[in-house]
Design a protein around this ligand. Structure first.
Ligand SMILES: [Fe+2]
Length: 412
């Protein structure tokens, strides 16, 4: 980054030269087989079947000419159909599979829905995440969910649509389906080593428009709850204790030109803030900073991840990164989501959004499994000697603390 002598913003195109990491569209996806509740048909021993409420290697199936083959054990099931989103009965040997995965033995056969699965095994993604501190899940969202997200976000084919003033979660079931995407949640739980995870704020879809050459831009930072150098919420390096993950969902294709996020991949292990001379958020958001000092660093030390719509990039929240700038006329949609362990106080209260979701058609359009997961992610709880409680905003006390905060800033 150079600081021009005349004080004008003259960062040259040649200074935007990050290393490009390209995520490609998969040619093949595994399948899920889900019951009426949305739970997944699994085998852990390669012989017997059961249903389970989360996704790991046990629920990963591959289409074969007469049915499905379990991806790790090779167990074969015969089916009436193998088409994505259709329902089918399943047979193991000569017996029909019942709703709980047992063999029906004369009981009415259960039907299972064939779902869009990941490109690779969840365990392979976990190995990458543990080694690198980040992982991409290429096109893991089904095309129908991507379409719903683009509609709500008013991007891509829906660029001319007027945004609706209602929380995205209540607008379309696609937002709930993206929020509870099961591989990213399983990876997050494994990486943070706790089942008890929450959204740090309600899901939102952002649409990045073309940069106008003037507006203040986001600088380098690490994410909630760390915010080292830009908020300093966590007082010391946290080492093996992971206090936050960030999940970027590509609602549109992410490209180097349309503002794909810039990272310093692997920087989470430094347990430090990004260097101030790269241009950190606290400085770059200051009015006039861009005109005086130019843009934050985007040279060859930085990485930009290009990925097709429907891809999720999951990373340790300590990773240095910053938003890219859109140099195209197309709006670029994204869901940027902080996920934290249950013992961290969230960035924003999610209970109001959750209640709006409960009242919406979107709620009625998702499975029991999806409803349960949204609830787990969005209701913050106290579980203690006095019992179990949900935490939300207390209006009366909010007014009181705001009055006190205002008074403490007063010169009197
Ligand atoms: Fe961020």
């Amino acid at each position: 980054m150079t600081v021009p002598a005349n004080g004008a913003s003259t960062t040259k195109a040649s200074e935007y030269d990050p290393r490009v990491v390209a995520v490609t569209r998969p040619e093949h996806h595994f399948s899920y087989l889900s019951d009426d509740n949305g739970d997944w048909l699994a085998t852990t021993d390669g012989k017997t079947l059961e249903v389970q409420g989360h996704v790991d290697d046990a629920v990963i199936w591959d289409v074969r000419e007469d049915g499905f083959e379990h991806a790790t054990s090779g167990l074969r099931l015969r089916s009436d159909a193998t088409t994505l989103d259709s329902t089918t009965t399943l047979r193991l040997g000569n017996a029909t599979v019942a709703a709980d995965g047992s063999l029906a033995n004369g009981a009415p056969p259960a039907t299972f829905r064939i779902g869009h699965g990941p490109e690779r095994l969840p365990s392979e993604y976990l190995a990458t995440l543990n080694k690198e501190g980040w992982v991409s899940l290429p096109c893991i969202l089904p095309p129908s969910v991507v379409d719903g997200l683009q509609r709500v976000g008013c991007v891509d084919a829906y660029a001319d649509r007027e945004p609706v003033r209602q929380t995205p979660l209540a607008q379309d079931s696609a937002v709930a389906k993206a929020t509870i995407e099961p591989v990213s949640l399983w990876l997050t739980r494994e990486y943070m080593r706790t089942r008890d995870i929450r959204l740090g704020h309600s899901p939102g879809i952002s649409a990045l428009t073309r940069d106008d050459g003037k507006r203040e831009v986001q600088g380098w930072h690490n994410d909630f709850p760390y915010l080292w150098g830009t908020g300093d919420r966590i007082p010391v390096p946290s080492g093996d204790l992971v206090l936050g993950m960030q999940r970027n969902t590509c609602v549109s294709d992410f490209t180097k030109e349309n503002g794909a996020t810039l990272f310093k991949l692997g920087s989470h292990t430094s347990d430090t803030p990004p260097p101030r001379e790269w241009g950190i958020s606290t400085d770059t958001y200051r009015k006039g900073h861009r005109a005086e000092s130019g843009l934050p660093y985007a040279g060859p030390e930085a990485d930009v991840i290009e990925a097709p719509a429907g891809t999720i990039v999951l990373y340790d929240a300590r990773t240095w990164h910053r938003a890219g700038m859109n140099q195209t006329d197309g709006k670029r949609g994204a869901i940027i989501q902080a996920i934290i362990p249950g013992f961290i106080v969230p960035f924003m209260d999610t209970s109001g959004t959750y209640k709006a979701f409960l009242e919406s058609d979107a709620y009625r359009q998702v499975t029991a499994r999806e409803r349960k997961e949204v609830e787990k992610l969005m209701i913050h709880r106290i579980a203690g000697p006095a019992g179990l409680f949900a935490i939300g905003i207390d209006r009366e006390l909010t007014e009181r603390v705001r009055e006190q905060a205002a008074a403490s800033r007063s010169v009197y």
